[in-house]
Design a protein around this ligand. Structure first.
Ligand code: HEM
Length: 301
């Protein structure tokens, strides 16, 4: 088994490893570096307050958002980040096109990244990668999920997940765990036949621009409801029967225009920014994210 010193991972060392692995220019994000900034509006559903009293989700607001393409050689993961709510009740939500993360703990994440670093020949040592995967099977859940589905043909027509279990407090003061799922209104765009070849980032951005111009980019913000005994600390595992969960639509995001990239690049979508009514998920990966995004912003300024 590939060994790395236990306890070696810090948010800073993970940001360094992400940057080293993707080889992005210094001003780029450590993860999901390529993307497009957009704007829109959020319209709450009349059931939102049954799930959360967060005014970010119960009141209409403007939205700043960013669709992105994940790093790594295959570039198959998509990202969707959005900021909603007013000055005093702002929330940032960062989602990806898979319902699980590739590591359960920061140590495992650092080890996963390190074992994929290119060696002197410019390629990772596949024997070591395989040995790591065999010893850490949960690190394959994300890749297996993506491989089992056709590659999304449109950034706007893709389903995105918040992955973590978020404690949500309703207007009655009751707290339960939810998972966020953001799904296009209408079906996902899953091309078949010749259309199903991986799309270049430029194809995806043109498609996004055209769909926005036609006014058909609308995404429902859904809450998946917990059941007793759900594994709320493990971001590599879905909840049992997750696709069949009771789901409440919190609201809908309508994307109305493309924004200048600077509007998204000047600051960050920060998973720690959550208005009262949605609390920080309790798992270790979220704890690392709380620091990692600010460190990354500091590095790319
Ligand atoms: C549940 C798992 C995760 C999801 C869904 C996720 C999602 C995202 C998304 C969508 C972005 C792009 C943000 C944007 O559009 O500006 C991003 C960026 C980033 N992520 Fe994650 N991420 C996850 C886990 C992590 C972890 C565990 C770390 C590190 C400990 C991390 C570090 C970063 C960093 C450093 C950036 C760049 C931030 C910046 O410079 O603005 N992510 N992530």
């Amino acid at each position: 088994m590939v060994q790395f010193p236990a306890g070696a991972a810090t948010p800073a060392s993970i940001v360094d490893a992400l940057n080293a692995l993707t080889g992005h220019p210094p001003k780029a994000r450590a993860s999901f570096a390529e993307g497009r900034c957009v704007r829109g509006t959020y319209i709450p559903s009349d059931r939102a307050s049954e799930i959360t009293r967060s005014q970010s989700f119960t009141k209409p607001s403007r939205v700043l958002a960013r669709f992105s393409v994940g790093g790594g050689d295959d570039r198959v993961l998509r990202g969707f980040s959005f900021r909603l709510g007013g000055e005093d009740h702002r929330s940032d939500m960062l989602l990806q096109s898979a319902p699980v993360h590739f590591a359960r703990t920061p140590d495992q994440m650092l080890a996963y990244l390190k074992v994929r670093m290119p060696g002197p020949g410019g390629k990772p040592n596949m024997k070591k990668v395989k040995a790591f995967s065999a010893a850490n099977p949960e690190t394959l859940h994300q890749a297996n999920y993506i491989a089992a589905l056709p590659l999304p043909g449109s950034l706007a027509g893709t389903t995105y997940w918040g992955v973590h279990a978020f404690p949500a407090t309703s207007s009655n003061g009751e707290t339960r765990f939810i998972k966020f799922k953001v799904a296009p209104v209408g079906a996902d765009v899953t091309p078949t036949g010749d259309q199903a070849r991986p799309k270049s980032a430029d194809f995806l951005y043109d498609d996004l621009k055209n769909r926005i111009a036609k006014g058909d980019v609308r995404l429902n913000v859904m809450a998946l409801l917990d059941r007793p005994g759900d594994p709320v600390m493990d971001v590599t595992s879905r909840w049992p029967d997750e696709d069949a969960r009771e789901t409440v639509r919190l609201g809908t995001i309508v994307i109305t225009g493309v924004e200048a990239d600077e509007a998204c690049d000047a600051s960050i979508f920060n998973p720690a920014t959550l208005a009262e009514g949605i609390a920080h998920p309790p798992d270790e990966i979220f704890a690392a994210r709380r620091a990692a995004y600010v460190i990354s912003l500091g590095k790319r300024r």
